[in-house]
Design a protein around this ligand. Structure first.
Ligand code: SF4
Ligand code: SF4
Length: 284
């Protein structure tokens, strides 16, 4: 079962929920438990799960390398590139590696076989263990705009059995779609404020388009207003759990201490949350 934990905006407590859900499941001795941190621009689940990283490998894109001795400057490569990553001049072919998505279209269509491919490193994939949890995270290199290939590399490690928890990047753009896609369920972490509601609406629309079952967890319940609940009722989106506003949660977060380690009273919330997720996935 693949469960992704997402939020339209950052700072809603998405990683707190994702890591504590994984810790709850590890306490239940769930088999084949895996945690994927797909928030590759700012992976921070490791702070709470404290994994021992056992191996790391670079994530690269294949970008074009043009041999001007073979090139006839026909312009076919530039025509096929949807990202304007290759430009053909009279006697020169310019490539823009930061714009290249590594699709291989230009080298495939070059009539002179003038384009070979070379690797460009954009990030790193790290794998390890946190107790019984198999832990995988991607790290995008600083300043690198292309998060999706790193997320794809992280997701490729998903095991065929057991439970996989995915920490999704914030927002509603391509990296979010890559991280959420093929989930059996997506839990949307939000807060009961106008900003929370605004971003929640965008993410719900996205999940409806992707046809992925979803539900909402209201974090910091008690602050703000009732509009998130009213919206969920109107849309028929189930509210899976609520975590009350509690200064101790912020205190523990700032010290990298998981809730379930130092505030055991929250275990019951995660137990009921998981039971509801299972019911939703199995259509009960
Ligand atoms: S398609 Fe090949 S031959 Fe044509 S301009 Fe591009 S590199 Fe040169
Ligand atoms: S590999 Fe794809 S994205 Fe990159 S330059 Fe070629 S056509 Fe454009």
């Amino acid at each position: 079962m693949i469960v992704s934990i997402a939020s339209g905006k950052g700072g809603t407590g998405k990683t707190t929920v994702a890591t504590n859900l994984a810790l709850f499941l590890s306490g239940e001795k769930s088999q084949g438990l895996q945690f994927l941190d797909c928030d590759v621009e700012e992976p921070n689940a490791y702070i709470f799960l404290k994994p021992k990283i056992e191996k790391a490998r670079p994530v690269s894109l294949l970008i074009p390398n043009v041999d001007l001795k073979k090139c006839n400057f026909c312009g076919e490569c530039a025509k096929v590139c949807a990202y304007n990553a290759i430009v053909v001049l009279k006697k020169e072919v310019l490539t823009f590696p930061e714009l290249c998505h590594g699709c291989g279209g230009c080298s495939l269509l070059c009539p002179e076989n003038a384009i070979s491919e070379r690797e460009r490193e954009i990030g790193v994939l790290e794998e390890g263990r946190s107790g019984s949890i198999k832990f995988v995270q991607g790290r995008l290199n600083v300043g690198e705009p292309m998060a999706t290939p790193v997320i794809r590399a992280v997701k490729k490690t998903t095991g065929p059995n057991g439970i996989t928890i995915i920490d999704v990047p914030p927002g509603t753009s391509c990296p979010v779609i890559e991280a959420i896609n093929h989930s059996d369920f997506c839990l949307l972490v939000t807060e009961p404020t106008p900003f929370g509601l605004h971003d929640l609406k965008l993410t719900v629309e996205l999940l409806e388009k992707l046809v992925i079952k979803h539900g909402v967890l209201i974090n910091r319940a008690g602050i703000g207003d009732e509009k998130v609940k009213e919206y969920c009722a109107k849309k028929g989106v189930p509210i899976m759990a609520q975590i009350p506003y509690d200064e101790q949660i912020a205190f523990l977060y700032s010290r990298g201490i998981p809730l379930l380690v130092n505030a055991g009273r929250y275990r019951e919330i995660f137990r009921r949350l998981w039971s509801r997720i299972e019911d939703e996935v199995k259509g009960r």
